[in-house]
Ligand binder design. Structure first.
Ligand code: RIB
Length: 302
């Protein structure tokens, strides 16, 4: 089977607790029951793209443990190709500790575990990366591996720099990226100064990257597409989110899927904004990822 989208990235088990408000430094709060949910920005994007009808391969690393088996089985149940999902002995599968507060906003701490072991050698000779029409990358694996995957790709490269890397990003990577997809905070961290709080500053900041286009996600405000010499704002539908976890992931997956279908960046972003919004109406990372018909249904029912 030919692969539309290859995802090189993280697989995490999400341990999620709902709270009234995310605790501040030094504060202890009581929350709801603990839930164990398949997550990880890479795996979320792979499952989202598959549910949206694309053929998808996931390239990553899990530990040789119960969590790893749980994540692999979940990817396979979602028709994601796991031929290049490697198992790492003696290192645990990645885990994310997530608090979700009353308005759907969250705070996440990731313990990367096996995700940190995904090496450049793991990705250089992987046929789906070279063959896919779109390669989707994030930043929960080593940056050298992100670069090696981008160098292997022959199709469109989308990089969602989430979470924003602590180290400086190799210029070589930005040169290979066709579409950069940060949120406002990630854009500010990548640039290192300035605030991305209006269309003009987002445009100016995005234009400093060598990539041909940048799409900045703005949460409830939608997204801005910066390509050629203009910035186009795509508003989001008005909704009351239940849980914003994985909204950025389904956005990236929908964007990738639309590019596979030959849509232009603005059309692709219009769809991605709808998919991201629909994702926030259901709790949990992967349980919330919609099929195409569920996107429209959820937004009509809201
Ligand atoms: O983007 C949401 C994801 O971020 C969660 O599923 C969690 O695993 C972290 O990687």
């Amino acid at each position: 089977m030919s692969i539309d989208i290859a995802v090189v990235g993280s697989c995490n088990v999400d341990l999620v607790v709902n709270v009234d408000s995310i605790p501040t430094v030094g504060q202890t709060v009581l929350g709801g029951d603990l839930r164990r949910i398949p997550g990880g920005k890479g795996a979320n994007q792979a499952v989202a793209a598959s549910r949206l009808g694309k053929s998808v391969a996931m390239i990553g690393r899990i530990g040789d443990d119960e969590n790893g088996k749980f994540l692999q089985a979940n990817l396979e149940e979602n028709d994601v190709n796991t031929e290049f999902l490697f198992t790492t002995p003696l290192i645990p599968t990645g885990v994310a500790l997530i608090s979700v507060q009353h308005d759907g906003d969250n705070a996440i701490v990731v313990s990367p575990g096996a995700n940190s072991e995904l090496s450049p050698e793991d990705v250089v000779n992987v046929p789906p990366i070279a063959e896919a029409q779109v390669l989707l990358l994030q930043a929960e694996i080593p940056i050298e591996t992100v670069l090696a995957a981008a160098q292997t790709a022959e199709g469109t490269v989308i990089w969602n720099p989430a979470p924003a890397p602590n180290e400086s990003v190799p210029l070589e990577l930005l040169d290979l990226v066709d579409v950069l997809v940060p949120n406002q905070q990630e854009l500010e961290l990548l640039i290192g100064n300035g605030s991305a709080d209006n269309l003009e500053s987002i445009f100016a900041m995005a234009k400093t990257f060598p990539c041909s286009s940048t799409i900045v996600t703005l949460g409830a405000q939608g997204a801005v597409v910066v390509a050629s010499n203009e910035a186009v704002h795509i508003p989001a539908p008005e909704i009351s989110p239940v849980d914003t976890t994985a909204a950025g992931d389904s956005f990236c997956a929908a964007l990738a899927g639309s590019l596979v279908e030959g849509k232009d960046l603005v059309e692709a972003t219009q769809w991605a904004v709808q998919v991201g919004a629909a994702t926030t109406l259901i709790a949990g990372a992967q349980p919330s990822l919609p099929t195409s018909s569920e996107v429209l249904q959820r937004l009509e029912d809201r």
